[in-house]
Design a protein around this ligand. Structure first.
Ligand code: FAD
Length: 319
């Protein structure tokens, strides 16, 4: 059996978990095994239909008072106990902060190895895996030899495929926790005061870099004209104190996968591109035709952003 840890919120299963299920389903098919999911919290049952539509045969929910919110070692204990009880040969997690943290604790508890940022698995005597290193700037091929194969799936690399299956059958599991499983436990969450659409969910992201010279008014105005758009920035703009770190796109910032990414006054450093390589299309606005971003963009405008961004916004307004 292939077991996948999934995350969800009010809007349903999160996108990276659905992407992880795409890989998990391929592995399960290749192994001739069933695909199961495990989810935490009182509302987990609510995603059974969505999981079923993504090929999950059964969902195990864990609703334990001590794990309310999040407790990585406690989550890991529950996954280990359930995996052992159900005979899971493979455990897969989404490449989210929590997915990676939880699965690394699973590996520690099982005294197993684990492969992170996986994008493909060729199932044979061993798992031949393809995975990303350095934020996707390096692709690595490796063999994984393990009694229980533990994988996290790189975010924004695979499409989440709806297979149209029936709702997953739901059962509950109560782990036998030890005090050490609660050494780290979520205490409280402080929401970022960022307004508008989250970068990860925006259909269009308009972004500004050092080329803005600190004036983001035209970038903001352009994003406001586009439905479902958000504003991002390069690290240079964050370092200058022009934008909060929440807005940063790149290796040390957000990873985005919008339909359209519009970097304005951004040179296209590799550390920036790591964050936006999931974009379907890139429209770069830059005064320098030799800037690296121009080679990586699908469309490029060689011009001053302070003239081009308002001109595009004006055109959109007129339509
Ligand atoms: P610059 O490289 O200075 O480029 C500015 C661009 O604006 C130039 O191409 C210029 O031609 C253009 N320009 C100037 N004026 C105009 C104008 N009026 N109109 C149009 N174009 C104009 N960077 C990130 O972005 N995200 C990260 O997560 C990140 N992580 C990093 C992690 C590490 C470990 C390291 C070492 C670096 C990281 N960086 C990251 C920094 C990265 O290497 C670059 O320094 C940074 O992305 C540059 O930002 P920029 O493109 O805004 O600035």
């Amino acid at each position: 059996m292939v077991l996948t840890y999934v995350e969800y919120d009010d809007g349903g299963v999160d996108d990276v978990s659905l992407e992880a299920l795409t890989l998990a389903r391929d592995v399960a098919d290749a192994e001739g095994e069933s695909l199961e999911a495990i989810a935490f919290g009182a509302d987990a049952e609510g995603v059974a239909a969505e999981l079923g539509a993504h090929g999950v045969a059964s969902l195990t929910t864990v609703d334990h008072g001590d794990l309310d919110g999040y407790a990585p070692e406690g989550y890991a204990r529950a996954i280990v106990q359930y995996a052992e009880e159900s005979g899971a040969g493979t455990v897969i997690a989404p490449g989210t902060d929590r997915g990676a943290e939880t699965l690394s604790h699973v590996a520690a508890k099982l005294d197993e190895t684990m492969a992170a940022e996986v994008t493909d698995v060729d199932v044979g005597d061993a798992y031949e895996i393809t995975r990303q290193r350095w934020g996707g700037t390096l692709i690595e091929h490796a063999e994984l030899h393990a009694d229980t194969n533990l994988l996290t799936v790189a975010a924004n690399e695979l499409s989440a495929a709806d297979t149209g299956g029936d709702p997953a059958a739901v059962s509950t599991f109560t782990p036998d926790l030890q005090p050490s499983d609660l050494r780290v436990k979520l205490d409280r969450v402080e929401e970022s005061d960022a307004e508008g659409i989250p970068l990860a969910e925006a259909r269009v992201v308009v972004s500004g870099g050092r080329g803005t010279d600190g004036d983001f008014s035209e970038i903001d105005a352009l994003a406001e004209r586009v439905p479902n758009a958000a504003v991002g920035s390069s690290r240079a703009a964050v370092n200058e104190g022009w934008r909060p770190h929440d807005d940063q796109i790149g290796q040390t910032g957000n990873k985005i996968a919008p339909e359209l990414y519009v970097p304005c006054g951004i040179s296209g450093a590799v550390q920036h591109m790591v964050g936006c390589k999931g974009a379907e299309n890139i429209l770069a606005i830059n005064t320098d035709p030799e800037a690296a971003i121009m080679q990586k963009a699908d469309y490029a405008i060689v011009a001053d952003l302070h003239e081009t961004a308002p001109a595009i916004a004006e055109e959109l307004e007129a339509r």
